[in-house]
Design a protein around this ligand. Structure first.
Ligand SMILES: Nc1ncnc2c1ncn2[C@@H]1O[C@H](COP(=O)(O)OP(=O)(O)OP(=O)(O)O)[C@@H](O)[C@H]1O
Ligand SMILES: [Mg+2]
Length: 493
């Protein structure tokens, strides 16, 4: 085979391409540097009548922009840049077109070559356009769903209560919503810290951006760092190979709720402090920092100053978080709000369960207002839910609540943790000491779970043990509520 010199090969390639395009395109034309049409292909002649010409002679020699409405051949010549694919619409129809500049040996533009690739692209390209349209619609609806999911579920007004204490909480929440500072929500379990965090985000300038929550106590310690800061691609093998964003990144532009901040391991506390100060995160396995813009709301039911004193919480992080603290009062300190809370919660329970809304008789309210509510609004909600589900009666009286509250915290001013009565184990005397201890433990655990409406984490707190220890003991005690709102076995059973 003869080897052709390179420039000859190029010339042949150019010639062949021109021939192929000129013969297969639905029409093609050459235009010179002055925008004058110098040649049209045989096939192009089919468009002439629609453009108002009866012969090629009359058409050739005209300036292209004067005879082909909406053409961009002139632009290709003036800029020297090709327009590889474009839609051209004029009185002759809609066409898929391609326009290429032509250059001399010195590289100067000497004109342009234009081709009509397809006419009626609306029909010939219909399958493609339809697919594109469908994908576009799917994308739009997915975006809307995502936005709806990320939209805050609550506003500050969803924090029900008009007592002085509740109004003060809402006033402070509205005030901090206007700022970008870190907020610290303090309060017993079930007092509405998470609900208020949503409300603050919704009332802030960041409302349109994501609200992301991470429950520190629920994430195994070894995974927390990756959860917070993300993992760089290639840092690990296997599922994490591609890397993933952390919660800080996911919340970028918006708000990050660090729930149960008191459960943060010491080692990570210093890292978190740095992130809060620098507004920068460094994914695991990466040496590049990413700038982030996140407002942090931290929440805990723990006594942080006591933890600082005990050396389990870093003092510097505590001061950094404690810029704008809001203390959520326990329900027993705002018992005036009970009626309004019952009203709202009962409505919500009815809506979710599909059952009719059940009102409360005065004696029921009176009984509930004497209860200590160590599990606060969550406990109230669980009690209302149980009472609603356990009877077909249209309204709930004290009798419906009595069995649910019996054996739990009796009076309001009782300090936590509430002590159970003397174990009935006394009756079984004598008994080996380990068994007696185990029985006592089981009673306390059951009781704590009952107080917290089945919330194990909160129960562990009440008992002053770790969540892991509680989980270890659960199988040993038996008779546990299957779900948080299932009836918990009463003492002495
Ligand atoms: N003021 C309130 N008005 C209406 N509902 C409330 C209020 N406070 C709390 N709730 C409801 O009580 C339940 C517990 O609230 P939330 O989860 O916000 O408490 P929390 O303080 O975060 O508790 P924990 O410390 O156990 O995580 C939720 O169902 C919430 O909607
Ligand atoms: Mg919470």
């Amino acid at each position: 085979m003869n080897k052709l010199p390179d420039d000859q090969m190029l010339k042949l390639a150019a010639q062949s391409m021109f021939d192929v395009f000129a013969s297969t395109a639905m029409g093609s034309m050459l235009v010179d540097r002055q925008h004058r049409i110098v040649w049209i292909s045989e096939s192009y002649k089919q468009f002439l009548p629609a453009l108002g010409f009866h012969s090629a002679e009359a058409f050739v020699g005209k300036r292209v922009e004067e005879v082909v409405p909406n053409t961009l051949m002139n632009e290709v010549i003036d800029t020297g840049k090709p327009i590889l694919v474009d839609l051209l619409s004029n009185q002759a129809g809609t066409f898929l077109v391609s326009r290429l500049p032509l250059r001399n040996e010195a590289g100067e533009v000497i004109g342009a070559f234009g081709m009509v690739l397809l006419d009626q692209p609306e029909t010939t390209m219909q399958p493609l356009i339809a697919k594109f349209g469908r994908l576009q619609r799917e994308l739009d609806s997915a975006r809307q769903q995502l936005a709806a999911q990320r939209r805050p579920k609550y506003s500050i007004a969803s924090f029900i209560g008009s007592s002085t204490a509740a109004m003060e909480v809402k006033r402070q929440a509205r005030r901090v919503a206007q700022t970008d500072s870190t907020v610290l929500l303090l309060g017993e379990t079930g007092t509405g810290k998470e609900l208020l965090a949503h409300g603050i985000h919704a009332a802030s300038a960041r409302a349109g951006k994501p609200f992301v929550g991470v429950n520190i106590a629920a994430v195994p310690e070894t995974l927390l760092e990756a959860e917070f800061f993300g993992v760089a691609p290639g840092a690990y093998t296997g599922a994490e190979r591609k890397g993933r964003d952390g919660k800080f990144k996911a919340a970028n532009g918006g708000t990050l709720l660090l729930d149960e901040i008191g459960d943060m391991p010491l080692a990570l506390q210093s890292k978190l402090l740095r992130v809060l100060q620098e507004q920068e995160v460094e994914p695991l396995g990466s040496n590049q920092v990413q700038r982030i813009d996140v407002r942090v709301i931290a929440a805990t039911s723990r006594d942080l100053p006591a933890m600082v004193a005990a050396g389990t919480f870093r003092a510097d992080l505590y001061y950094r978080l404690n810029v704008l603290p809001i203390r959520l009062p326990p329900l027993r300190e705002r018992i005036d709000d009970l009626e309004a809370l019952v009203e709202t919660l009962a409505e919500d329970i009815a809506r979710r369960s599909g059952l009719a809304h059940k009102g409360l008789h005065a004696d029921a309210l009176e009984l509930l207002s004497r209860h200590a509510w160590p599990g606060n609004i969550r406990e109230l909600r669980n009690v209302l839910e149980q009472a609603t589900l356990m009877t077909d009666d249209a309204a709930l009286g004290a009798a419906h609540f009595q069995p649910l509250l019996a054996g739990t915290a009796p009076a309001r001013a009782v300090p936590q943790p509430v002590l159970p009565p003397e174990p009935a184990a006394d009756a079984a005397w004598p008994m080996p000491l380990p068994q007696a201890v185990a029985e006592l433990e089981a009673r306390f655990i059951r009781r704590a779970l009952q107080h917290t409406g089945g919330n194990k984490l909160a129960a562990a707190r009440l008992l002053g043990i770790s969540r892991a220890t509680l989980y270890q003991k659960l199988p040993l005690i038996g008779g546990l509520p299957a779900a948080p709102h299932n009836a918990t076995p009463q003492e002495g059973d």
